[in-house]
Ligand binder design. Structure first.
Ligand SMILES: [Zn+2]
Length: 406
């Protein structure tokens, strides 16, 4: 049984927390779990309902096949969706029984009357595309972004003390960008890590991040989740971003509407929509170096550029920018000279990985469509590849003979 105590708000060293105690008998864990924000947004923290704490724990409950007991109310709309849709949807990629019991101290519909429209400001491609699209005059006024946010809720890793350092390193640029746009920046952190040890953030990230938004339901009437794929690429794999457009609207409450932005744009289309934007050319930050360092792989930290230009996320982004013809515009944030000197090798590696997932494949297809020069595979590699496929065929044949013998 997972037990979530009634949350309460506390001021600790000039930061403001909404805190609860969560225990799991299966995991033998009992932890104080919180969301933390700055004094400016303290009045917007929600302790009337336990929504922000219940949602991430649904994943833990499904994994452990544990029921949940919440010693506080849940928003009525969210309670309805948990019972009818959310548990079922989350269970599909996990291949587990979804009939988990979520028992709470009733359901309520508080009227917080929030007015803000929020969007995450990570300064990556998805984030930039969502921000630019929803700040423009083309966007209806009620849907236009009024607040940018930056959350430390697990993207950098589950060890909160360690992630704080990387979070603060990335913050100055985020602050500067928000200042330039004349928008307030909402900072929020949470410490759910102990319940997600060993779980890839790609799998739990969208739900954990949007749960954090629900800790500020008094502030946000709408909040954009920057989609990582189009609905055409929708799938129930192990990346939650791939089915976010179905899942995340289900966690909306009567106070806060969660909207998945850019459901119609591929990563290439999003990149194309920001390449001529001077702010993107100055601030774009896609690199995995901090995330990888938190997992113990520190090799990318040595490169002085904001984007190391060596990790696969940097290379995918700069390759797309190169196909679009804007490489030199991104000199400030990428090691463009390194990219140019190693372009053939980078393209060859990329082509070799084209079937790994839809992101790789769409860039490969884009190269073909644009007639981008693809260097020949090196002879040695070609020979190696030939022998590998030859060997695989022999193994397959042996297996077939072996199976038919029984
Ligand atoms: Zn990188």
């Amino acid at each position: 049984m997972i037990t979530i105590k009634r949350p309460h708000i506390e001021n600790r060293n000039s930061s403001y927390y909404v805190i609860t105690e969560i225990s799991s008998t299966t995991e033998n864990i009992s932890k104080e779990i919180w969301y933390r924000t700055t004094e400016e947004y303290a009045d917007y923290l929600v302790d009337e309902v336990a929504d922000a704490f219940v949602l991430p724990m649904l994943l833990v409950a499904l994994r452990n096949q544990e029921d949940i007991k919440v010693e506080a109310p849940i928003s009525e709309k969210l309670y309805y969706n948990i019972k009818n849709n959310i548990l079922y949807t989350l269970s599909i990629p996990l291949h587990v029984n979804y009939k988990i019991n979520v028992d709470c101290e009733g359901y309520v519909t508080p009227s917080f009357q929030p007015t803000a429209v929020g969007c995450g400001c990570s300064l990556g491609v998805d984030s930039f595309s969502a921000m630019i699209g929803h700040m423009s005059a083309d966007c209806p006024k009620g849907f236009r972004i009024t607040h940018l946010t930056n959350f430390n809720v697990g993207a950098y890793g589950n060890d909160f003390e360690k992630t704080e350092q990387f979070f603060h390193e990335a913050l100055p640029d985020v602050r500067k960008y928000a200042q330039e746009k004349g928008l307030p920046l909402v900072l929020l952190a949470s410490n759910f890590g102990p319940f997600f040890e060993g779980v890839n953030f790609n799998w739990c990230g969208p739900l954990r991040t949007m749960s954090a938004v629900l800790s500020l339901q008094k502030l946000f009437k709408r909040y954009y989740y920057a989609s990582s794929c189009t609905n055409k690429d929708f799938n129930f794999g192990m990346g939650m971003g791939d089915f976010a457009s179905l899942l995340l609207p289900m966690i909306s409450t009567d106070n806060t509407e969660i909207i998945v932005a850019d459901q119609d744009k591929t990563r290439i289309e999003k990149t194309a929509s920001i390449v001529d934007n001077p702010e993107a050319q100055h601030y774009l930050d896609v690199c995995w170096k901090r995330i990888k360092a938190n997992r113990g792989d520190t090799r990318y930290l040595q490169y002085p550029y904001k984007n190391c230009t060596r990790c696969s996320k940097c290379q995918r982004t700069l390759l797309t920018i190169d196909i679009l013809g804007y490489t030199d515009n991104f000199k400030e944030v990428f090691d463009v000279e390194y990219f140019k000197q190693n372009r053939d090798e980078i393209v060859r590696n990329y082509v070799a990985r084209k079937d790994e997932n839809h992101h790789f494949h769409e860039v490969y297809q884009f190269m073909i469509d644009k007639g981008y020069p693809i260097p020949q595979e090196r002879k040695k590699k070609k020979i190696k590849k030939f022998f590998r496929s030859f060997l695989n065929e022999i193994i397959k044949k042996i297996k077939r003979i072996f199976n038919s013998a029984f």
